[in-house]
Design a protein around this ligand. Structure first.
Ligand code: IPM
Ligand code: MG
Length: 355
């Protein structure tokens, strides 16, 4: 029997609600699949930890989770702590510390979910956005000087390395190859960003030579937003820099019906470190503590976690259960226009799994 060691980090806001629901679902998966089990270790890092200790996670926190098989993460964000502190002190510390350079964001319209796109059918929107997750606009380089004086200056420097760009584009081409369409769209802005993005384009062209069976095209990031709305079926796998993909993936999630559903994986493709899976909805303080959160984003992230662990059939079982539940409006939470509670949705997914 294989027991997977999972670090759960609920973090802040509704992260604290949805992560325990995710653990429940994984326990059911273990019940119905005799061969596997999950052992959870919870870490109370986040805003409350910061109020007590002045840091979002302990200095040597990475060592406590380094040997886990995977990390299940809720969200980081607190109305009383500046966002750049919560982000850099926890989530980015893990992503960058474990060099989880590929952020993978699948987007589909699940059964029963309505897209705001008028003429789009379910099979016309099936994307995976690959976000460069280790450098680019989130490299963290820059600074401020003359603070508080009229001549104050601030800078954020975007860094693209050849190694960093090659590895994310190779990952994206490989992912594109594994999907039926075998098509990759490389997002760029090399008309305005005339150094880094020009290198990005050159490297895309070079890497594409290794993948003669994958077709690819290039799209400027601004034009890509219009293309997502007007011709969703023309896209399949998409690769973009850290910030470009951050923006595109929120649009993608909204077009697929709700931010409450969208999952993501922060992946170390080389498997030197554990990868981290999380819903993309964030901490949503407006609804926290009320049991109103949509746990589907967490469950779908767990599908990605299981796939990453090589537990393909469990992953498929869970995805089927999720789709069965979303197909029934009775189990739609408030973000989907329904009045189901989070616990109703979890119970329904667990029941579907057991069938
Ligand atoms: C995301 C989020 C984060 C990001 C926020 C919470 C800082 O929007 O995962 O897309 O910008 O990376
Ligand atoms: Mg975002």
């Amino acid at each position: 029997m294989k027991i997977y060691q999972i670090a759960s980090i609920p973090g802040d806001g509704i992260g604290k609600e949805v992560i325990p629901e995710g653990e429940k679902v994984l326990q059911v998966i273990a019940e119905i699949n005799q061969g596997i089990g999950f052992q959870f270790e919870r870490f109370d890092w986040g805003g409350d930890y910061y109020r007590k200790h002045g840091v979002m996670m302990p200095e040597n926190g990475l060592d406590a989770i380094r040997h886990k098989d995977a990390i299940l993460f809720g969200s980081a964000g607190d109305p009383n702590i500046p966002d750049h502190i919560t982000l850099w002190g926890l989530r980015l510390k893990i992503c960058q510390g474990f060099d989880q350079y590929a952020n993978v964001r699948p987007t589909r319209i699940l059964p029963g979910i309505e897209t705001p796109l008028r003429h789009c059918t379910r099979d016309q929107l099936n994307w995976v956005i690959v976000r460069e997750n280790s450098e680019g606009e989130y490299a963290g380089l820059g600074g401020r000087a003359h603070q508080g004086h009229p001549i104050e200056v601030a800078s954020d420097m975007s860094i693209l390395t050849r190694v960093g760009v090659e590895r994310i584009q190779r990952f994206a081409f490989q992912l594109a190859r594994s999907r039926p369409r075998k098509h990759l769209t490389v997002i760029t802005k090399s008309n305005a960003q005339r150094h880094g993005m020009v290198m990005w384009d050159e490297i895309a062209w070079q890497v594409s030579k290794e993948f003669p069976d994958v077709t690819w095209d290039k799209e400027l990031v601004d034009a890509a937003t219009a293309r997502m709305v007007n011709r969703p079926e023309s896209l399949d796998t998409v690769v973009a820099t850290n910030l470009h993909a951050d923006v595109l993936s929120d649009l993608a999630a909204a077009l697929a019906g709700s931010l409450g559903i969208a999952p993501t994986g922060n992946i170390d493709p080389e498997r030197r470190y554990p990868s981290m899976f999380e819903p993309i909805h964030g901490s949503a303080f407006d609804i926290m503590g009320k049991g109103l959160a949509n746990p589907i984003g967490t469950f779908w992230s767990i599908v990605m976690l299981l796939e990453h662990l090589g537990e393909t059939s469990s992953a498929q079982q869970l995805m089927k259960a999720i789709e069965l539940v979303t197909a029934n409006p009775k189990f739609h939470t408030r973000d989907l226009g329904g009045d189901a509670m989070m616990s109703d949705v979890t119970a329904a997914v667990c029941t579907a799994l057991k069938k």
